[in-house]
Design a binder for this molecule. Structure first.
Ligand code: GLC
Length: 426
């Protein structure tokens, strides 16, 4: 066979150009794929998938893949500690609990978002964006859905007994005692299992009695008369007044308490905003549920904890620009309105709190808007999880009737002080 150098060169050029085109094409595909990691319920995922389809239609160069995690926050937290801890580039956008921003940002797992968002846009979000999502002057997450604790009540039962929703804990106890004497329902359902939800409930109870954990000057104020009153009330709702289920401390989380309420087994329920829509679409509950602010101690104010979910970009993502495009889309007023209409997620843009259609669909929205003005934020610290573990353990012991409130508060104070000193030394 005769070796033709000219032909060989031409063929080689063709092959090289072909390979180069194929490489570039594959590369574009690669960089245009983003992975969105989110822990949520089935209905929420369905709704988010619809949004993703719209995003992909509007941005044909980007494909979004979902990485679905379990809904409970503690389980998601464990997942992120291992995946982000290994510096994976396999997650681009993630929905993170408000309490992880400081921890993840200080571990350098989150991309700073300052270069992506201008101040006008930033100002269109609720103030939580500045209070919770900024660490050392850098913005690390965009609030996507706001959450505040609210009180659900059985309107039909209160009407039957000619009673109004309670404003104080005393009134709540009275109403529960009266109605549960005749109806086979639990009086008050809330989240008491040893997990993050219990800390949220504790912060609301102590907030409503003018208590707190750390004051504005950063001092530990956990061992106080106000906190003792609140912790005693949590205990007494179960053991003295017997209006909360005896398994509150071992079983009750958001979903288990919601199920009881939706099955008609509870008169009052403390929970987040997502419960509203689920009650509306349940024929046995429709029109029977009302919402009000959480009760307070006689001389206190109602207090709700902030429990939102925010969107962040993995610092190791290879597709940060596309990740931001996706965040921009998901947090747009249009997408947030859709999430609010379908899932009763409270929005994080000011403008939506005045949207008449939304207020009609979510009559509790002004209550959330009001609660947000005076909302309690869990300590915004990189080592929050350590503090939370201590709080969960001892509060749970008190409501399980295994430890007295005085002893628990002294122990909590001591252990929190130890953690703070340890981290201060680092
Ligand atoms: C909700 C809140 C979250 C909180 C969690 C506790 O998901 O949005 O902030 O940590 O409940 O269970």
């Amino acid at each position: 066979m005769k070796f033709n150098i000219k032909k060989t060169i031409i063929v080689s050029v063709y092959i090289t150009v072909g390979l180069w085109i194929a490489y570039t094409f594959l590369q574009t595909k690669e960089t245009d794929k983003i992975i969105f990691s989110i822990g949520a319920g089935t209905k929420e995922i369905r709704c988010i998938k619809t949004l993703i389809e719209r995003f992909e239609a509007e941005n044909p160069a980007i494909k979004v893949t979902l990485n679905v995690l379990p809904a409970p926050t503690d389980q998601q937290h464990h997942y992120y500690l291992t995946t982000l801890g290994s510096k994976t580039g396999d997650i681009d956008v993630m929905r993170i609990d408000t309490i992880w921003v400081a921890e993840f940002a200080s571990a350098c797992w989150l991309e700073s978002l300052d270069s992506f968002i201008n101040s006008e846009e930033r100002g269109s979000f609720i103030p939580i964006i500045e209070k919770n999502n900024v660490l050392r002057n850098k913005l690390y997450a965009i609030p996507w859905n706001a959450n505040t604790g609210i009180l659900y009540y059985r309107k039909d039962l209160l009407d039957t007994y000619n009673l109004n929703p309670p404003e104080t804990w005393e009134e709540l106890i009275d109403i529960c005692t009266k109605i549960t004497a005749h109806e086979s329902v639990f009086g008050y359902l809330w989240q008491g299992k040893q997990y993050e939800g219990l800390v949220c409930n504790f912060i609301e109870f102590i907030g409503s009695s003018k208590g707190g954990i750390i004051d504005d000057q950063g001092r530990l104020i956990v061992n106080s008369v106000q906190n003792k009153m609140a912790l005693d009330l949590m205990h007494d709702l179960i053991w003295k007044y017997r209006i909360s289920p005896p398994n509150t401390h071992s079983e009750l989380m958001e979903e288990s308490s919601r199920h009881l309420f939706q099955q008609g087994k509870g008169l009052f329920l403390r929970n987040w905003t997502y419960v509203w829509e689920l009650c509306q679409e349940d024929p046995s509950m429709k029109n029977k549920v009302g919402v009000s602010q959480l009760p307070r101690f006689f001389d206190g104010k109602p207090a709700s904890v902030y429990g939102g979910w925010h969107l962040a970009i993995n610092a190791y993502s290879r597709n940060k620009k596309q990740a931001w495009q996706f965040i921009e889309f998901l947090t747009s007023p249009k997408a947030q309105k859709e999430l609010a209409m379908n899932l009763s997620w409270a929005p994080t843009r000011h403008v939506l709190y005045n949207d008449p259609e939304l207020i009609q669909k979510l009559p509790f929205l002004p209550i959330v808007g009001m609660a947000l003005k005076n909302v309690r934020i869990r300590p915004n610290l990189p080592y929050y999880q350590w503090l939370s573990d201590v709080l969960q353990k001892y509060i749970n012991k008190v409501i399980a009737n295994q430890m007295r409130s005085e002893e628990a508060l002294i122990t909590i104070h001591k252990e929190l002080e130890g953690i703070r000193n340890e981290f201060a030394e680092d």
